[in-house]
Write a protein that binds this ligand. Structure first.
Ligand SMILES: [Zn+2]
Length: 548
């Protein structure tokens, strides 16, 4: 069972959606799969259901414009640089730019003249070993071979007797489609106008194609964009409804009650549409990423009859607040009460209001670490706050100083041995100490058991400390030695070990940021017979659920 937390750090409070009329049902969405430092030199596609691939690009309305096609069932897309097909890790079959086996070179011979369409170019290319059709800024050309240097291309030109041909090299936007595991180029695409190669698997419209890419199975097509001339940013381009199917099974589990999955589907759909229109990742060439930064997504493997139903039976349904798409944030479990957005992220949102949850506890036995305990010694708190940049003289007290009306933590206060206080509020009450939720109490603590030195400040270890002897000479204590103090009852060894009095026990429940829908709460409500819209209306105050 896989529960993935929606990341709260971003606290993505987007600007409000404009009129509902602008919201579309089932638009095409681009989901980033590999991007940024994870962009790939080459990417393999394998038909799982359906066969062959249409080659082209997605226009600004995300409509697919077909330029060519191939009947190959295993193709790879590589950037137009010298790219090698090698063995990376345990899976043999990825392209990289360093190691061996098969080279796809970036120099080619180009025959004179252009061609009006793909089939004319392809037919002409068929006369030459290694010939292929290339689409360069709107025109088709015939190119031959792949060579790693201009010199080797010129040598081949002599051998092949292609005196008319010109040697063409690499570009910062070009991509080639090759038959996987070979250097045989099937198609090349290059656009100085910012278009990116798009691939739509399946030559037969009568089947819903499925494609395997890097071990995951996907519906829909793919886009390969060389953002800033770099490696390939790979996106899955598909219908929003198919994308929602993938999110539902990743964020919940296909085996959960259907009404919980339906609630999750509406949340995921609404959240995705808001991303789509906010352009959150548009500079990277896609709409939404595949991690908890946006929503976890790894294709559609694992979908079930129930998860399919959950998406189909809520087709096109969004959550609305006051005529705009609602912010449908969600998280794993609330531990007893959700929390208002203002008390976590600092901005008030009318439908994200904390409330006590009478449902979730009924399934607590299914939730790992539903109730949790963490202990920190005062020494650990001192070090942790120091690492975070709060210079302190030894934390002697840690307490919850304010709670919200639903009993979640709103403010925590640390006090050091000099009496100085450090206060943290809202989400920091969870993130500062890496706690599972903002719902907890703190016990224990009390006075610190460090060594106090005159002038204030506590020492928690004598390593590196200095001692002043009876004759006034100063010496550093050897590491590991025991120091003694003279007390009214004689000489006593000092111990820097912490004791119960210096230990704080944090006892809490739940997991996540607590704003919006509890996924386990949705599970519990569904099990008690509530419908998905009742679940959504419980967790999101005052919303309605409908198509645009
Ligand atoms: Zn993202």
């Amino acid at each position: 069972m896989q529960i993935v937390l929606l990341c709260s750090v971003l606290a993505a409070i987007f600007p409000s959606q404009s009129a509902s009329a602008a919201v579309a049902v089932d638009p095409t969405i681009r989901v980033g799969l590999f991007y940024g430092t994870d962009a790939l030199p080459g990417a393999n596609l394998l038909n799982s259901v359906g066969s062959g691939y249409r080659l082209g690009y997605f226009d600004h309305e995300r409509n697919f414009v077909q330029l060519g096609e191939t009947a190959q069932t295993a193709i790879s897309v590589v950037k137009t640089q010298n790219v090698y097909y090698g063995k990376v890790g345990s899976w043999s079959g990825y392209y990289d730019s360093i190691t061996s086996d098969i080279l796809v070179g970036c120099y080619h011979l180009q025959l004179p003249g252009g061609y009006s369409d793909f089939s004319a170019a392809k037919a002409a290319a068929a006369s030459y070993t290694g010939g292929f059709a290339a689409w360069i800024d709107g025109s088709y050309f015939v190119r031959v071979g792949s060579y790693s240097t201009g010199d080797s291309a010129r040598a081949a030109q002599m051998e092949l007797g292609l005196a008319d041909a010109s040697v063409v090299g690499t570009s910062s936007a070009g991509v080639s489609v090759v038959a996987t595991g070979t250097s045989t180029i099937l198609f090349q695409f290059d656009s100085t106008q910012g278009l990116a190669l798009g691939i739509l698997p399946g030559l037969d419209n009568s089947v819903q194609t499925k494609t395997i890419f890097r071990g995951n199975t996907y519906f829909g097509g793919f886009q390969y964009q060389r953002v800033n001339g770099g490696n390939l940013t790979v996106s899955n381009v598909l219908s929003l409804e198919d994308y929602v199917q993938g999110v539902v099974i990743k964020e919940m589990s296909a085996s959960w009650p259907v009404e919980a999955l339906k609630a999750q589907a509406v949340c995921a759909r609404t959240y995705a549409y808001r991303n789509l229109s906010a352009g959150k990742h548009s500079s990277q060439g896609f709409d939404i990423c595949n991690t908890v930064h946006c929503q976890a997504y790894a294709g559609i493997a694992g979908m079930s009859e129930t998860s399919r139903r959950a998406v189909d039976e809520t087709y096109g349904m969004y959550a609305w607040s006051g005529g705009s798409l609602a912010e449908t944030t969600y998280f794993s479990s609330d531990g007893g009460a959700t929390e208002s957005a203002v008390n976590v992220w600092g901005s008030s949102v009318s439908h994200l209001i904390g409330k006590e949850d009478p449902y979730e506890a009924a399934v607590a036995n299914k939730i790992s670490n539903y109730n949790w305990t963490v202990t920190y010694t005062s020494q650990e708190l001192t070090q942790l706050l120091n690492q975070k940049g709060y210079t302190n003289s030894g934390i002697v007290d840690f307490r919850v100083s304010k709670t919200t009306p639903t009993g979640n933590v709103l403010e925590i206060t640390f006090t050091d041995s000099s009496g100085k206080s450090y206060t943290k509020t809202k989400e920091s009450c969870r993130t500062l100490l890496g706690l599972r939720s903002q719902r907890y109490t703190v016990s224990g603590g009390g006075s610190s058991d460090g060594f106090y030195v005159s002038g204030g400040g506590a020492l928690f270890s004598l390593d590196g400390a200095y001692a002043v002897s009876g004759d006034g000479s100063v010496a550093q204590l050897p590491s590991g030695n025991t120091a003694y103090a003279i007390t009214s009852s004689g000489t006593q060894a000092l111990s820097a070990s912490t004791s119960a009095s210096g230990t704080f026990t944090i006892t809490g429940s739940g997991w996540g940021h607590n704003v919006g829908m509890s996924q386990w709460g949705a599970y519990a409500m569904a099990q008690s017979g509530y419908t998905y819209d009742q679940i959504l209306k419980f967790y999101y105050t005052g919303i309605d659920v409908r198509q645009p």
